[in-house]
Design a protein around this ligand. Structure first.
Ligand code: HSE
Length: 325
């Protein structure tokens, strides 16, 4: 992967004391049938980074909130600072001093791209402070380094939509080739996070490494169907293509009541239902906002019945990606 960018010279905007606050969104990776190659961003939740230029070269982390002490403050071990450091090295600006405050506004280990949201917020903050006019997509390799640190694998299906906004296809990893896809404007997303522990690293270890031809045919038919549905604005086609015969049958075992939740969501009018990223969050597409709320309400009730706490979010697809707040 090419992580060398053209060097950026000293700019007026990166004066000590200058600071910026950035929001970056949560993302739903895989989108059921597109393991490691499809993802989209939502409006909420997301993480925030406050970044300040200091007069001492190097990256420091002065504060992390909302993580219950789970994330490392050591800049050599935190995914945000490590990604930002790679970016500064690549553009020849290791002379710069940056201090990071990370405010986690979403659950960690939720399958909603929590580490990606933080990393993207950090990278976008640094890019904005440096007034670096390059396309955000060029930050992708640095964000992927953060993912690699967080879960042992540098997949891009969370970081790419978090950075670029919207619905994104990773057509290829080597070389990296990322395509932004259109989507129906009236597609709503209902997300429920059951508070059970499913670390991405482990959720990746349990999936099969070899697949048979029959399953492969089913899967690529569905991926192509989903992408066609997005282009054609055909919500019916999107819904019937969102089936996963490769990963979901294994990972669903880690999510209590997964198939019961699917049944309830579909009965309430969901277009499709599946695992968000590596789980445990689940999501449903719907044709309207009310149906999305009905689904989150019902699934949360169901989880409460199993004595499992949960969080819920309803959103359209976020086309903007990270933003200054
Ligand atoms: N594609 C990744 C996986 C996403 O399913 O492991 C992790 O959120």
């Amino acid at each position: 992967m090419d992580t060398q960018l053209q060097e950026l010279t000293q700019t007026e905007t990166a004066k000590p004391g200058t600071s910026i606050q950035i929001f970056a969104p949560a993302t739903v990776a895989n989108v059921v049938c597109g393991f490691d190659v499809l993802g989209f961003a939502v409006n909420a939740p997301g993480d925030e980074v406050v970044m300040r230029v200091t007069d001492k070269p190097g990256i420091s982390i002065s504060k992390i909130t909302g993580d219950n002490g789970r994330l490392p403050m050591d800049p050599a071990k935190n995914t945000v600072s490590v990604s930002v450091r790679h970016y500064l090295e690549s553009i020849g600006r290791t002379d710069l001093g940056l201090d990071i405050e990370l405010h986690k506004k979403m659950p960690i280990g939720s399958g909603l791209g929590s580490s990606s949201a933080s990393t993207v917020a950090g990278l976008f903050a640094a890019k904005t402070l440096l007034d670096d006019q390059r396309d955000v997509a060029q930050l992708l390799p640095f964000a992927m380094k953060g993912e690699e640190m967080a879960c042992g694998h540098g997949h891009a299906d969370n970081v790419a939509p978090a950075l670029m906004g919207g619905f994104v296809l990773i057509r290829s990893y080597e070389p990296l080739d990322v395509v932004r896809l259109p989507h129906p404007k009236d597609l709503w997303c209902a997300i429920v996070f059951p508070d059970v522990d499913v670390p991405t690293r482990e959720a990746r270890q349990i999936i099969r490494n070899k697949i048979n031809m029959k399953d492969a045919v089913t899967q690529w038919g569905n991926v192509a169907g989903l992408v066609s549905g997005l282009f054609m604005n055909d919500i019916g086609l999107i819904g019937r293509s969102m089936k996963d015969v490769l990963v979901e049958p294994v990972r669903s075992m880690l999510i209590p009541g997964f198939y019961q939740m699917r049944e309830q969501a579909m009965e309430l009018g969901a277009v499709s239902f599946g695992i968000s990223g590596s789980g445990p969050s689940v999501f449903a597409f719907t044709r309207d906002e009310q149906t999305a709320h009905n689904i989150t309400h019902k699934l949360q009730q169901y989880l409460t019945g199993m004595k499992i706490n949960s969080n819920a979010y309803v959103s359209t697809i976020n086309d903007a990606g990270p933003r200054v707040i």
